[in-house]
Design a protein around this ligand. Structure first.
Ligand code: URA
Length: 211
């Protein structure tokens, strides 16, 4: 994919865990645990450009200078409902992050995403927003969710997913070139039902056991 704002997060642990996430034999419990683990590993990469500031502290031995995170605070925004499955893993690394939620459904006539829930932290200027959805399929919902975040005042937005389809990357990266899009895998295509191939099936159903 030839988009400057598309980042494939490559790591042997992520590839290994993703194989078990994809496998239909993986239980609901293991699926959720693995999704959290991959989300945590991805968060490590996504936060790589976070700025640091030097502070002075005292160890039990002496005074020293050391770095802490500075700059914007983080807001995680899962797109309901599958996005919820990745939140716990990221919170393990960034426990102080606030969590907003965006609920979208697809209108059967227009096929366009319609918002039914939107709640994010109000200090939008001072937040780094990480929008979360495990599957970037057509890119319609993700793109609409970014539109909503921007309309609410968000200035800095990243998007993360486990698996992206080329169609979704094209849509999201071209409609929002200022948003960095992170995926653990880029799959082949969408099938006629809108599922990513080979994908992992329905992420929400596998997370919540609703199949
Ligand atoms: N949403 C899913 O849960 N799975 C897909 O393959 C595509 C969209």
């Amino acid at each position: 994919m030839n988009f400057d704002n598309f980042i494939l997060v490559k790591h042997p642990l992520i590839s290994h865990k993703l194989t078990f996430i994809r496998d239909e034999k993986t239980s609901k419990k293991e699926f959720k645990e693995l999704v959290d683990e991959v989300a945590m590993l991805m968060a490590y990469e996504i936060t790589r450009d976070f700025p640091l500031e030097e502070v002075t502290i005292k160890t039990p031995i002496c005074e020293t200078k050391s770095n802490i995170l500075s700059g914007k605070k983080v807001a995680l925004v899962p797109i309901l409902r599958a996005g919820l499955g990745m939140v716990d893993g990221i919170l393990k690394l960034i426990p102080s992050a606030r969590v907003g939620h965006i609920g979208l459904y697809r209108d059967e006539k227009t096929l366009k995403p319609v918002s039914y829930y939107f709640k994010i932290p109000s200090d939008t200027d001072n937040r780094e927003f990480i929008l979360i959805d495990p599957m970037l399929a057509t890119g319609g919902s993700a793109s609409a969710a970014v539109d909503m975040l921007k309309k609410a005042g968000a200035k800095s937005i990243k998007f993360m997913c486990l698996i992206a389809a080329p169609e979704g990357v094209e849509k999201l990266c071209s409609s929002h070139p200022d948003v960095k899009v992170y995926a653990a895998a880029l799959d082949e295509k969408l099938n006629e039902k809108g599922y990513i191939v080979p994908g992992l099936g329905d992420a929400g159903d596998r997370l919540f056991g609703t199949k």
